[in-house]
Structures are given as C-alpha cells and as structure tokens.
Design a protein around this ligand. Structure first.
Ligand code: BGC
Length: 984
C-alpha cells in the first residue's frame, strides 16, 4: 500500500481527464480535506520516462517517416495526469541539449496524449538520426523536467539508397531431389577488408539476406539479435536491419564479415518434408536455392566526408568453415577443427577463399514445386526481393539463461540434462577433450518412462546438433547460431567422461517482447499455469506467432494466433511484434480475399483447393482489432483497412443468402475438442458476426462512420440468420455441443433474454459431463468468459481450478511447465499416445499456446483488469471472486494478485476474500482513470486505507448495482475493504 500524498483532484482536472461530471464529482471535489497526508505536489515527483518510437526503444533504421512517439509518466501521486506536452526533435544531441529543435518543436500541446503522438516535424529522409526529448505538464499545469534524451533513426528508404549488390558463392550444386535424405549444406563465410582513412563519427550497417546472416566487424559480433534479417515472402519482400557499429570501427584497416545460412529461404520449413511439399517434394528450398547477402556499411567521418563499403564481387567467400550444417529445424553441426581464426579481422589471409559472385550469376534453376494445390514449375534461382522493408519487431534475443538442474544417465554413454523448464532456444556447450571428439546433442520436451529422451513428437525435425572438438586444453565453448529447438531435456553423447551440470546452459530465445503481466492466486496449480502460458508464449513468439517450437511445423497458424492474442497482450508488449506479423499476414492474403491458414504462406496445406479456414481466416481482423483495443493503435487499422475490406468482401460473397456460413474452407472448426464437435457452418456464422462487429468498431475508430453502420447492419443480419437456423422454438440451441453454447454467448449471437438460460444450459451440460469441459481451440478461449459474463461465474472458476482430464490443472499436476497442444497430449492411461493411440508420431506438442488463452479470463475477469475503450486510458477494475465453498474438489480461489504493465504504467489488482471481509489493492497508473467495482451495497460500508471513502480523496461513488458499487478514481494506489457480502 502506498501512502496517499495527493490533494483532491480539482474539477478542471477531472474535466481534463475526460471524466463525466456528476453530483458525486462535485461532492468529492469540494469535500474538505480528509486530514490524511496531503503533501504538496511538485513537478519533481512527476517524471517522463520510457521514450519509445514505433513501440521500440532506440530503434535503428525504421522506415516509418511519421513515426509515433510515446512516453510513460511516473508519479506516485494520486490523480497525477498530463494536461499538456512538448516534444523536441533535433539532428544532433548537442542541439537537443540546447533545446535547438531543428527537426520538430511541437510547442506546448494541450491534452493527455502520451501514446501514438505522430511526428509532425520536418520531413525525414533516409539515414536521419533523430534525437528527442519530452516534457509534460501535470494536472496542475506544472511542467516536468525534460526527459532523458532518446533517439531513433531512419533506414534506407528507396531502392536507390542501396549501392551494395546481392552476392553469393558460385553454386553449381544440384537442387536436392531426395525427399527421404537430408540435404544440409554448410554456412558460408564472407569477408571484405577496407580502410577507414579518417576518424569516424558514425558507422552504420544496413543488411539483408536471402537466408540468415550474422555480421562481424573487426572480430566482434554485430548486435545481439539472432535469425536476422527475418522471414517474409521473399518473392514479394525482404526485411533488412540497421546496426550502429561506430564503436567497432578502427582507424585504418578494418574487416567486415558475414556468416550466411539457409534459414527460411533455402532450409527446411514446416512439415514440407513430412508430407512431400516444396521443390521435388523435399520440404526445403521453398523460396530459393542459394542464400545471398546484401550489406552496406556507411561511414561518416569526423570531417563530414562519407564512404560506403557494400557487398560486391570483391568480397571473398568460403564454405570450408566450421559450420558444416545449419538448419532451423534439423540442427547445426560445427567442426571446431575447421575454424577460420581471425577471419573477420584485418590482415587475415583469405587467399584460399573464393571471390564472391553477383547473386544473379547462379541464374535460373527450375524445379517442380508441389503442395496441396498441385505441382507447378518454379524458379529457385536468385531473384532480388522487389522491396526491402525495415524490420519493425524487437529482435530475437537470448533473454534468459537457465542452468541445468539435473543430469542422469538413462543408458550407457547417454547423459540427459534437465533444465526444469520447457522453452525455445539453444544451449551453450562447455567442453574439454581430445581433438576430433564428436559430441552429439539431441533435444526433446519429454522423457519416456525409462528416462530416455522422447523425440517421436518432433516428427521430421531432426533437432540434433553436433560439435567436433578442436582439442583446446583450456576447454571450448560453443552455441549454435542458425538453429533453435523447443526442449526441456538435452541428451549428450560422445563425451569421454561424465559431464558436470555446467556443461550445458540453456539459452532462452524469442522476439524480445518485454514481459508485462504477472498473475498469482491462492491456487498454486493455477499460478503455475499462468507461468506456463507465459513460457509457452515466449517459446512461440519467435519471428512469427508459431504454433509450436519443437516439431517440423513452426508456422504462423492464424487460428491459434487469434485465439491467444488478447492473452498474449497481458503477458508481454506485443504491439511491435504484431505490427510486423500483420504485414506478413496481409502479404499472405489470398488473391480472392481470404486470409490463409498461416502466414507467411510458403506452401498450401489442408483440403485440396482450400487455402483458408473459418476462424483461422478471421485472424486477419481479430488480431488488428485486438492491437487497437489494447494499444489504442489506429494506424494498424489504416494500414490494413484495404486488405481487411477485401477480406470482408470475400466473406460476404462466400456466405449463404441467409447469412450463415457457407464457404468454410479447411474444416478445423473447434479443433481438438473432446468428442463434442460443432458444425463448422455454425462456427462460421458466429465468427462472421464477430468480425462484422469488430470491423464496425475499427471503422468507427478511424472515422468511417458509414462503413461502421454497414458492418453493424451486416452483423445484425447474420445474427438474425443464426437465430432462424440454430435457435429452436423453445429458446434452446439446435446444436448441442458445449462450444456451440459458448460461441453463441461470446459472439453475442443471441437475443439478450436468451443469454442467461443458454448459459445455464451450458453449465448444466458441463455439470452433466462430470464438471469437465469438452471444448477445443475456439470454445476454450471463450468458455470461461461466456460463463462468467452470463451468471455462471462459479462454474467458470471451478473449471479453471479443475485437475481432472481434460483441464489446465491436469497438465500442471502432471508436471507441465508449458501449455500442451492437446488435452490428452499426455494422460496417465495412454501416455503420449492419447485416445487415438497414435498421437506422438502425428502431432503432440507440449508447447502450444492456444489452450492457454484462458489467461485472458484470468486477467480480465478473475483479477478484473480491463480497458474501457481502446488503450487503457480508462481502466476497469472489476475483480470477480467466486462464492465460497461451491467447489467440492478444491478450495475456491480466495485471493488473486495480478499486475499488467500497460503503456501508461502498472495496473495492479490484488484481492483477498475472507469470511469477514473483501479487500482490494488497486494501482492505477498516472494519466489514466479507472472504474473500480466493489462487492458492497453502499459506499458507507467501504473503507479506503482504513478510512471511510465518502470523504473523497479523488474517489467518487458513481453507481450502485445489485450488490455492487462502482467508484471512479484517478491515478494512484488504493486499499479498499468491504465487510463480506455476496460477490458482485
Ligand atoms: C497446428 C495447429 C493448427 C492446426 C490447424 C496444426 O498442425 O499445430 O495449432 O492450428 O494444425 O488445424
């Protein structure tokens, strides 16, 4: 509890905060001082922090020319709020320090905006470094100090800004044609020596690759990102990155190097090999045959002159280096005896290396490409991506290191390391031994009963790395660079003596989306589940939102992404990650308008002729809608509006005359339900109505009122058609499944008077099946939301806490550290084989986030943290404790502690319920307001920090509903207590 420091909110401040006036406002605002500490506020305890540009901290090389700036306000004062702001942007740090804003001086702008502030200064060109700072005026119009300075820079904006040319090695190797045999070529090392004649003021590398690159300058690795430049449909577009390498430059001789591997461009992707897709059905070379590199180092000397060192045929290249294999799915092989020494330093003798060639040299290379659409001829030769785009997500980084917890020896010579946590990434190997010793590392998520590594669920992903020692007496340290694995266990073979625990360190990798949420409750099984969901997200927000990190899949499955996106937004700041992926999604949109099953979409899968599926295709609207809702981002709507409109046009055209679903594509529907299917036409009708409603919201958000009306009318028509087709005369649903009931409630398909009865019927069904849910991906995401919203909250909490199969708790009590793909991924009866007896060999991931989507409910409903309107400007804190003693299996949750670091700062809701009282600790960040709901009959019952609330102090009593009281508060921390009555 933070002691209160602030005076009462003044009436003008409340108006500035956009709070509606009411009698309660004036009574609170004019109430005499409560006598509690009311220290004089000063701008000293009101600070501007966390300056970000396009959601990123200090981004380099962005290609958004009117970027959106944001900052966060810090103050422990109650009611702290911004009434005005000023941004200065300058071309140099010196100018900025002297307030010489030669790019932009916004002047003092009145208002509360701290996010999505659009740069409106001088037009920005390529390579522009922008130095900026902010000050903010508080609720009493006192200015803060200037913030610390931050920077962003623009990248290369036009094709003409690139003078470097795409290069490769000369590649005469045949295209791989043997599907059953792996083809795993070595990585290529490139180098170029050059001289920097003058002292360097600034040096910047812009780089792209068809494949993956790792850059080195003067012996040092450039940056801390991995898997650069990223995955796009290279025939349409490539990503490039920008690195500031000023600190790595030397006066005189310098050397620039790059290691380039197949990556998504030429390596194995998805289940291509398993099912026989891609060129010659091998599952590799989906985009091309020979990786290529494009790099441009631009040096600005202190005297103002400039020099550019770009890739061209004067570079040298070798494929005789230590990285003998480097594949995302299959693994990496490293022969330390073939190390190249100081290959990225000046003076290195590269006489035995070859000259690089222009990438075009390798010419056309035709091959038959097969997928479910059929077989066609493609050209796997080099084609420069028509467009290069700056990468807009945070890079993939090593975000955490995990020590090994345990080593066992389940069979002679095989040592099993257990990290105690399933995750995605790599290991660091520390080893000593004779030269030529070959160490093999195999990765897996689970163990067989005999303690050996379980790898059947990896399908065709070999997930094996090898390291051959050079025999360094001081020991050797190695990590793979161009592969990653989803694992908890690593089997080490080839060691000459039992390896100590320190032999392996786990390297946790993912796009570095800052972690934002934390959820704990009195049920420790579900506290662990909350962590499992966050771990699963980290394992799968890897370049794109993947379905799973371990097997030969890792595709951006849209159904999973849409089901989970809101939960994801609680766990981490996903705004920039989705900004990037939604471009991939639009790029993958089918020519006829549907969004595909996964994005990127290098091969078509599913039912022949179908490249989309109900609820999967709808991710193209649901994800942007969620990003708008959570971050107040309207640009994402504008950017994809044309695409979303085309999608909605297709959806309309492929809908039956009565508005119910007709063209459902791949019929996954309520995927992985437990013997309780729902017709896909039914699901489609619900999702159609949902996306119409969301499109109406999005249209309104960007001022397209007439389109909003059209979409709302269309949603109403679809709902009418739904009622005609699926609601029986007695008000029951014609489809008996749990998910049918859930979707009807969640997608608001029903006449309001039918909602409570249908929810009661749903609860009865669940009770009749032994308090078990039977829902799949789609139903599970919405199940508890629908129950809680419509009078069945105790049932929702009971399901949340269930430990029996199928349930979230069942996973945890069976040792899960991540969320499983299937309810029966492992059962005590059937082991890994599930009810169908063949799960493991088919698809059985232990790191699949879709069922983790229940955490949306845990944050929004159980903890009660939500946004009213977009962007958490006005927050809703409405905790929902269950009634006591309604669960015969396990004690109902009686306390929850949750926090979510929104763009405005920390929002916290911690409640505790005893037989005597209900207590709630709330934190509301500066510059926001909140409606706080308490289970109280009237304000007289409630105390705040042990004093009656009616005395004011920024708290207004707004509404009394049955057994619930709504208070309006400003920023600050509050401790409420209510003598116990029924929950709201
Ligand atoms: C993926 C799923 C995905 C599904 C489509 C699976 O292979 O792992 O999560 O949504 O295919 O049915």
């Amino acid at each position: 509890m933070i002691p209160r420091l602030a005076p009462l909110l003044s009436l003008p401040t409340l108006i500035a905060l956009g709070v509606a006036l009411s009698a309660a406002v004036s009574s609170a605002a004019t109430a005499p001082s409560s006598g509690r500490a009311a220290a004089t506020a000063s701008a000293e305890d009101y600070r501007v922090a966390e300056l970000r540009c396009e959601y990123l901290t200090e981004p380099r090389g962005i290609d958004v020319l009117q970027p959106r700036l944001s900052w966060r306000l810090e103050s422990a004062r109650r009611g702290a709020a911004q009434t005005g702001w000023q941004v200065l942007v300058a071309t140099t740090s010196e100018k900025l320090a002297h307030d010489e804003a030669d790019l932009w001086d916004s002047g003092r702008v009145a208002g509360p905006q701290t996010h999505q502030v659009v740069y409106a200064g001088r037009p920005l060109g390529a390579r522009q470094v922008c130095h900026w700072k902010v000050r903010s005026w508080d609720e009493q119009a006192r200015p803060s100090r200037w913030s610390d300075a931050a920077t962003w820079s623009t990248g290369l904006l036009h094709a003409g800004d690139w003078t470097a040319t795409w290069i490769s090695f000369r590649d005469d190797s045949p295209t791989h044609t043997e599907r059953q045999k792996l083809e795993l070529p070595p990585a290529a090392h490139y180098r170029k020596e050059f001289s920097a004649a003058q002292p360097v003021r600034r040096a910047t590398i812009y780089a792209s690759a068809l494949g993956l690159y790792e850059l080195h300058l003067n012996g040092a690795r450039v940056g801390d990102g991995y898997f650069e430049p990223g995955w796009a449909d290279y025939a349409q577009r490539g990503y490039y990155r920008t690195h500031d390498v000023t600190a790595l430059m030397r006066r005189g001789a310098n050397a620039l190097g790059a290691i380039v591997a197949d990556g998504w461009y030429a390596g194995y992707v998805g289940y291509g090999q398993l099912v026989g897709y891609g060129p010659h059905r091998t599952g590799r070379n989906l985009y091309g045959h020979t990786p290529a590199l494009l790099a441009q180092l631009e040096i600005e000397y202190a005297d103002g002159t400039r020099e550019t060192v770009g890739t061209d045929p004067t570079w040298r290249v070798t494929r005789a280096g230590p990285i003998r294999e480097a594949d995302l799915l299959m693994g990496e092989s490293y022969d330390a005896r073939a190390e190249l020494g100081r290959w990225a330093e000046p003076g290195y003798d590269a006489a035995r290396w070859e000259s690089a060639v222009p990438a075009t040299t390798n010419g056309r290379r035709e091959a038959p490409f097969s997928d479910v659409v059929g077989t066609r001829t493609v050209d796997l030769g080099f084609q420069a991506p028509p467009r290069l785009q700056a990468y807009s997500a945070p890079p993939i980084r090593i975000t955490q290191e995990l020590p090994a917890r345990k080593v066992t020896q389940p069979k002679p010579g095989a040592y099993l390391f257990d990290f105690g946590q399933n995750f995605a990434g790599n290991v660091r190997l520390r080893i000593k031994g004779p030269p030529g010793t070959k160490i093999t590392l195999r990765y897996g998520e689970m163990l067989h009963r005999d303690g050996t590594l379980m790898t059947e669920n990896l399908r065709k992903a070999r997930a094996t790395d090898t390291y051959i020692l050079r025999g360094d007496p001081g020991g050797e340290v190695w990590s793979p660079r161009f592969t990653y694995h989803g694992f908890q266990f690593v089997e080490v073979t080839g060691v000459t003596e039992p390896p100590p625990l320190e032999t392996l360190t786990g390297l946790v990798m993912h796009n570095d989306t800052p972690l934002r949420g934390r959820f704990e409750c009195s049920d420790e099984v579900m506290t662990r589940f909350a962590q499992n969901a966050q771990w699963t997200q980290r394992a799968n927000y890897f370049e794109i939102p993947t379905d799973c990190p371990q097997r030969d899949e890792r595709l951006g499955w849209m159904g999973d992404a849409q089901a989970y996106v809101r939960t994801a937004s609680f766990n981490a700041d996903i705004a920039a990650f989705f900004t990037k992926w939604l471009d991939d999604v639009e790029e993958a949109q089918r020519s006829f308008g549907a969004y595909p099953d996964y994005a990127p979409y290098p091969m078509a899968h599913g039912t022949p002729g179908k490249t989309f599926g109900t609820a999967w295709t709808d991710a193209g609207v649901i994800c942007p809608w969620t990003i708008w809702k959570v971050y107040g981002d309207t640009r994402v709507i504008e950017r994809h509006w044309g695409s979303m409109t085309r999608f909605m046009g297709w959806r309309q055209a492929s809908t039956a005359v009565d508005g119910t679903g007709a063209s459902i594509g791949n019929p996954w529907g309520d995927w992985l339900n437990v013997d309780d299917p729902t017709p896909v036409e039914y699901v489609d009708t619900c999702y159609h109505a949902l996306v119409c409603t969301q499109m109406a919201d999005l249209a309104e958000a960007i001022g397209r009122a007439s389109e909003a009306t059209l979409y709302r009318d269309r949603a109403a028509r679809v709902r009418k058609a739904f009622a005609a087709r699926y609601v029986e005369k007695d008000g029951r649903l014609g489809v008996p499944s749990q998910t049918a009931h859930v979707l009807a409630l969640w997608a608001e398909m029903l006449d309001p008077k039918l909602q409570a009865p249908i929810a009661a019927q749903l609860a009865d069904k669940i009770a009749a099946s032994g308090h078990r849910m039977t829902t799949g991906f789609l139903g599970t995401r919405a199940l508890l939301l629908a129950l809680s919203e419509h009078g069945q909250h105790d049932m929702a909490v009971r399901l949340f806490q269930n430990r029996q199969y199928p349930s979230w708790g069942y996973e945890v009590v069976n040792g899960a550290t991540t969320v499983w793909e299937r309810w029966d991924s492992f059962t005590t009866e059937h082991g890994f084989e599930g009810r169908n007896g063949r799960q493991n060999a088919a698809m059985n991931s232990f790191s699949h986030y879709a069922f983790g989507a229940v955490m949306e409910w845990a944050y929004r409903v159980l903890a009660g943290i939500d946004t009213a309107g977009p962007g958490y400007r006005h927050i809703v804190i409405r905790p929902r404790p269950p009634s006591a003693a309604r669960n015969p299996d396990v004690a109902p949750i009686h306390w929850v502690r949750a926090q979510y670091d929104s763009h405005h700062g920390r929002i916290a809701s911690a409640w505790r319920q005893t037989p005597e009282k209900f207590e709630l600790d709330v934190t509301i960040p500066p510059n926001t307001t909140a409606s706080v709901w308490l289970p109280a009959r009237d304000a007289g019952q409630v105390t705040e920090s042990d004093a009656p609330i009616t005395t004011g102090d920024g708290i207004r009593v707004e509404e009394k509903a049955a057994g619930a009281l709504r208070l309006e508060v400003g920023a600050g921390s509050y401790h409420f207590a209510v003598p116990r009555i029924n929950s709201p």
